[in-house]
Design a protein around this ligand. Structure first.
Ligand code: HGY
Ligand code: MN
Ligand code: MN
Length: 425
C-alpha cells in the first residue's frame, strides 16, 4: 500500500494506518528552538553548556512538560522525557542533540529531538497510547566542538566514559564540563543510564551530498564510520623571520603545515572511504615576522573500515614524528576521541526500510559519515537511524537546509518506526 505524504497547508496528509504528524507544528517548534542562539545567515550557535545551550534546553524541557511528559536531567546534563505506555516496560527512545557547532545549521540534531516531540504530540492528539513508553532525549555535547570527545553525553549514558572523566573534560576556552553544567543549572540528579532503553531511533539530516544528488528521499542508515580525533602540539624555537637562515630554523608552523597536507594526501591516497581533516590550528606567537615556536592543531580521521582507520592513524603519526625530527621540533599528541565503526540493528533498519516502502518513499541503504548519539546507544540496545536529504550536502554551516516536505516525510516515517517498536510483542 502506498500512501502519498504531502505537505499541503503544512500538515502531513493522510497516513491511513498511523497517526499523522502535524508538519506545521514541527516546523514551528524548530523555528522556536532555533531562536535560541540564532546567528547571522539563518544559522545557530549553541555550543555545549553555553548560555545559548541553556536557553535552548530550558525551552525544550518546557515543551516536553507541556506535552505531559515527566522530564529527568542526569549528572552529565542529558534530558529524558517519558510518554507513558500501557505497560511499564523499558521505553523506545527517540533522541539526538540540541547543541550545535559555532557555525551551526538549523537541523543538525535539533530536527531529531523536535520530531520526537512531534510524534508524542500527534499520538496525544490521536488519543493513542502504545504498549511501551516512549522516551524523548537530548544528549549533552554531541558536537564535541567545545569539549571533547563528541557524543559525550550519550557515551556517558551507555557507560562508555566515566562520569568523573567527562565532568573534568576541559574546553577549548579553559572551562570544564562540570563547572559549566553547574553554571547553567544542568548538572542533574537523575542516575546515569536510566531509563534502560528497549530500542533507539535517531532521525537526522544526512549532512552529506548523497541523498540530495541521487534524488532519494530516505537514507536507511546501516551504521556509523569509525572516528579518530587527535590533538598535536609542536614545540619549536621562535626566531626572527628575517635574520634566521632556513637551515637553522626549528619552525613548528612549517611542520604543522606539512602534516596537514599529508593528512589530505593520505585521505586521497586511500580507497575513497578515508576522510581526513585538519579543522583547528593555532600558531604562537602568531606574528608575521616571528618563526612560530608552537603549533597546536587537530586531526580528524574517519573510515568505515576500522583496520584502514588504524593504518591511517599510524601513517599520520609516523610522518609527524619524522617531519618534526628533521626540523628539530618536539611533538606531543593526545587522543580527543576514538570510536570504532558501528553497525545498526536489523530490527530497526528493517523497520525503516519496510515503512519507507509502505509510504512509497525512495530509499538508499548507507553508512553515516557523521558521528551520532545512535552509535553510542547501539552499545546497549538495538539502534538505528533515518536520514533525510541535506540540500547541497551542506552542514556545520549556517546555510544548512532540508526541504519542509522532506522534514515531514522523515517525521512521519519516524512515527511509524517508533509505533512498530513500541507495540511489538
Ligand atoms: O563530528 C561529528 O561527526 C558530529 O557532528 N559530532
Ligand atoms: Mn548531529
Ligand atoms: Mn553535528
Amino acid at each position: 500500500m502506498t500512501t502519498n505524504l504531502t505537505a499541503d497547508s503544512g500538515r502531513t496528509v493522510l497516513d491511513t494506518e498511523f497517526p499523522s504528524i502535524d508538519g506545521a507544528r514541527l516546523l514551528r517548534r524548530l523555528d522556536e528552538l532555533n531562536a535560541h542562539g540564532a546567528i547571522d545567515g539563518g544559522g545557530v550557535c549553541r555550543l555545549a553548556l553555553t548560555d545559548a545551550d541553556r536557553s535552548g534546553r530550558d525551552w525544550t524541557v518546557a515543551q516536553m512538560r507541556a506535552l505531559g511528559m515527566e522530564v529527568t536531567i542526569d549528572a552529565i546534563g542529558n534530558g529524558v522525557a517519558i510518554h507513558a505506555g500501557h505497560e511499564n516496560l523499558p521505553p523506545v527512545m527517540v533522541g539526538s542533540h540540541i547543541d550545535t557547532v559555532r557555525t551551526g545549521g538549523r537541523y543538525d540534531g535539533n530536527y531529531g529531538v523536535m520530531a520526537g516531540l512531534e510524534v508524542v504530540a500527534a499520538l496525544r492528539d490521536a488519543g493513542v497510547r502504545l504498549r511501551r513508553p516512549l522516551a524523548i532525549a537530548f544528549f549533552t555535547n554531541e558536537e564535541g566542538a567545545r569539549f571533547q570527545p563528541d557524543m559525550m553525553g550519550s557515551l556517558v549514558y551507555v557507560g562508555g566514559m566515566p562520569l568523573d572523566e567527562a565532568l573534568a573534560a576541559g574546553g577549548i576556552d579553559g572551562s570544564t564540563v562540570g563547572a559549566e553544567l553547574e553554571r547553567i543549572g544542568y548538572r542533574g540528579d537523575a542516575p546515569i543510564g536510566r531509563p534502560e532503553v528497549d530500542s533507539f531511533v535517531e532521525l537526522h539530516i544526512e549532512q552529506g551530498p548523497v541523498l540530495d544528488r541521487m534524488g532519494v528521499e530516505i537514507g536507511v542508515v546501516e551504521g556509523v564510520q569509525g572516528i579518530s580525533w587527535t590533538e598535536f602540539v609542536l614545540e619549536g624555537v621562535s626566531n626572527h623571520a628575517g635574520t634566521t637562515p632556513m637551515a637553522l630554523r626549528h619552525d613548528a608552523g612549517y611542520c604543522a603545515a606539512r602534516i596537514a597536507t599529508f593528512v589530505r594526501d593520505l585521505a586521497l591516497r586511500y580507497d575513497g572511504r578515508q576522510i581526513g581533516t585538519v579543522g583547528a590550528i593555532r600558531f604562537e606567537p602568531n606574528l608575521i615576522n616571528v618563526i612560530p615556536n608552537r603549533a597546536t592543531f587537530t586531526v580528524d580521521l574517519r573510515n568505515t573500515d576500522g583496520t584502514a582507520l588504524a593504518q591511517a592513524e599510524a601513517e599520520v603519526l609516523a610522518f609527524a614524528h619524522q617531519t618534526c625530527a628533521t626540523e628539530g621540533v618536539a611533538l606531543r599528541q593526545r587522543s580527543l576521541a576514538r570510536f570504532e565503526p558501528v553497525a545498526f540493528d536489523p530490527l530497526v533498519t528493517d523497520l525503516v526500510q519496510r515503512h519507507s516502502d509502505a509510504l512509497g518513499l525512495s530509499t538508499l541503504r548507507m553508512p553515516s559519515g557523521a558521528g551520532h548519539d545512535a552509535q553510542m546507544l547501539a552499545r546497549v540496545c538495538p539502534a538505528g537511524m533515518i536520514f533525510v536529504p541535506s540540500v547541497g550536502g551542506l552542514s556545520h554551516n549556517v546555510r544548512e537546509f532540508t526541504e519542509p516536505a522532506d522534514l515531514m516525510r522523515g517525521a512521519q516515517l519516524l512515527m511509524r518506526v517508533v509505533v512498530s517498536l513500541a507495540n511489538r510483542p
